[in-house]
Write a protein that binds this ligand. Structure first.
Ligand code: HEM
Length: 417
């Protein structure tokens, strides 16, 4: 086994009788094509593992640490329809879903590492049971969250797409279990790989979204406020169907004794791995690492402090508190730029445009040289329907950061007759 080898790519003579026979007949290129394919599949798996573990650490540090502190309302900084006081069943379902999201993501990657399976078969069996049980539970609970608890972000097309994801998780989990019990390990392996990909659907969604942000330098094909639009509908279905289609192609390629198709598949998978790696890097920088960093920051989050004050005393009281704390205890609180930025976006998402504008204005006072804070203020004015102010702030953002392609696009939209 190569150092990259994973369950995605078992050794040639074990699983591919046709390929092995041809290789014995003397095709020299086939073993090379097969090795290339195995190595690229291994590389794909390593990149996927890095990205998935970052998401696990993100879930544990943000949701886990606030739950341990009993601070469930803090979840609402990231969720559209998160913790709701009094909704004990809905809150419990959400907590179970998020807890199992971390368990299933971690356990899925461990399940596919062949060295773990070879050296610790009983761990593989127990982890497999945990994985399949979590898959059943989390997708059933997720269907409850979407269709019964309701209030979830996105539109009907996205709700249907994630529900398809949930149904396919249930199906693949049932099939993987069935063939494991029947001791048909070749078929079991195929269903387990499908299960891994469908369980990774929401992860693929985040990676694809951040890849699109990198490519288009901002939101593309959807409205960032309502989180709706054709690109998100496409991505919501693609998160499940595209990886499954590529896996089927990969499995069929493995079954064929053709060196050229092995090499073509390896090349295609390599390009997809590069794209996925870029998306993972984008998601790490834009979503997971900032949240993880905040969780390990010994300073108190000023955004969390102001969220409570806005709810109890309004934006004026929060702005006064910000200024007082910055003078009295500058080292005890986290006054980084992204604190007020993320608070402002949270206020936009809950429809409090006036408060969002006040918070972004405060950020422009604190960081007058940042193109990003003016871009956010421009967006809040745009969402509030104040076109002249939106234009003025996007222009200011562009002046400070001429590379801001989002500001260029927004100005084209706002200045169109
Ligand atoms: C099994 C794989 C899944 C994983 C790993 C997963 C992971 C997550 C995570 C981490 C969150 C918290 C939001 C965030 O911080 O990004 C979340 C929330 C949520 N998930 Fe999932 N999820 C999975 C499957 C699903 C499915 C199949 C559905 C729908 C049928 C679903 C519906 C939801 C809903 C409704 C929320 C709350 C969203 C909100 O109110 O903003 N999840 N999930």
């Amino acid at each position: 086994m190569t150092h990259y080898s994973t369950d995605l790519s078992p050794p040639i003579n074990q699983e591919w009788p046709a390929a092995a026979a041809t290789s014995r007949r003397g095709s020299k290129l086939l073993p090379a094509g097969n090795t290339a394919l195995r190595r690229v599949a291994g590389l794909w798996f390593v990149v996927a593992c890095i990205g998935q573990w970052l998401m696990v650490v993100y879930i544990a540090t943000f949701y886990g640490s606030s739950a341990l502190a009993g601070d469930f309302p803090r979840w609402n900084r990231l969720l559209y329809h998160g913790y709701i006081p009094g909704d004990s069943i809905g809150n419990a379902a959400l907590a179970i879903h998020i807890l199992l999201a971390a368990v299933i993501t971690a356990s899925g990657t461990l399940q596919l590492i062949p060295q773990v399976r070879a050296r610790a078969p009983s761990f593989h069996r127990w982890n497999g049971r945990l994985y399949i049980l979590s898959a059943f539970t989390t997708s059933t609970v997720a269907l409850y969250l979407v269709w019964i608890r309701g209030g979830v972000g996105g539109d009907l097309s996205q709700h249907l797409a994630v529900s398809l994801n949930a149904v396919l998780i249930l199906l693949c989990a049932a099939m993987a279990l069935r063939y494991a019990i029947a001791r048909d390990f070749r078929t079991h392996r195929r269903w387990a790989l499908r299960l891994f990909l469908v369980v990774s659907g929401v992860w693929f969604f985040r990676v694809g979204l951040m890849l699109s942000f990198l490519v288009f330098q901002g939101p593309f094909g959807f409205d960032p406020i309502t989180f709706q639009g054709p690109f998100l509908t496409f991505l919501a279905f693609a998160q499940t169907l595209l990886p499954l289609a590529i896996l089927e192609l990969y499995l069929r390629t493995q079954d064929r004794a053709s060196a050229s198709s092995h090499i073509a598949m390896a090349a295609g998978l390599f390009v997809l791995t590069l794209a996925m790696g870029a998306g993972v890097a984008g998601a790490a920088m834009g979503m997971w690492l900032p949240t993880i960093k905040v969780a390990f920051d010994p300073r108190t989050s000023i955004a969390a402090t102001l969220t409570t004050t806005i709810a109890s005393g309004g934006a004026d009281a929060a702005i006064r508190q910000y200024r007082d704390l910055k003078t009295a205890a500058p080292a005890a609180y986290n006054f980084d730029e992204n604190e007020l930025d993320s608070l402002g976006y949270h206020l936009i998402h809950v429809g409090q445009f006036d408060n969002a504008i006040r918070i972004f204005q405060l950020n422009t006072e604190a960081y007058p040289q940042s193109g990003n804070v003016y871009d956010s203020l421009g967006e809040a004015y745009m969402d509030d329907g104040d076109r002249p102010q939106a234009i003025a702030n996007y222009r200011k953002s562009l002046q400070l950061n001429p590379k801001n392609r989002n500001a260029v696009r927004m100005l084209q939209k706002l200045e169109a007759p």
